[in-house]
Design a binder for this molecule. Structure first.
Ligand code: HEM
Length: 117
């Protein structure tokens, strides 16, 4: 069970890496568009994160306040990606505030995961 949980954490981190990596490519490449890879990474992180939010394969209590905050942040990221992708289709561009918020909120969730115990 413990090994399985570690594998799910690994999948969760892969989702985070895909989401943030895809965003960073756009941010530093100067195109600043939302791509389907961002949504794929977010979905992987979300599914694995929800699986980890249940207390299995561990001998300590989970911090449900922290998990609730992470879930809220993830839902905002999902809404931004959804609305921003729609705008991009219509107008050809994502509003800059939406684009930068996705990167900042993704890092915020990683920071919450690692720093808030
Ligand atoms: C974009 C969204 C997310 C990002 C970037 C993210 C990032 C991370 C990172 C970097 C870790 C590793 C921390 C460590 O092991 O010290 C982690 C662990 C974890 N995340 Fe997330 N996360 C996200 C969404 C979620 C969601 C929505 C949930 C569930 C509500 C969740 C639940 C967990 C749990 C339970 C762990 C701990 C795994 C363990 O040690 O057993 N995450 N997350």
């Amino acid at each position: 069970m413990e090994l399985l949980r570690h594998i799910v954490v690994f999948i969760h981190l892969t989702g985070f890496a895909v989401l943030f990596g895809a965003w960073a490519v756009e941010a530093f490449g100067g195109r600043r568009r939302f791509t389907s890879l961002m949504t794929i990474g977010m979905t992987i992180a979300a599914v694995a994160g929800l699986a980890l939010a249940a207390p299995w394969g561990i001998e300590y209590d989970l911090n449900y306040v922290k998990l609730g905050v992470k879930l809220g942040v993830l839902l905002v990221i999902g809404a931004l990606l959804g609305i921003g992708t729609g705008r991009q289709r219509k107008t050809g561009a994502v509003p800059p505030a939406m684009f930068w918020s996705v990167g900042v909120l993704t890092l915020l969730n990683a920071g919450i995961a690692v720093i808030w115990r």
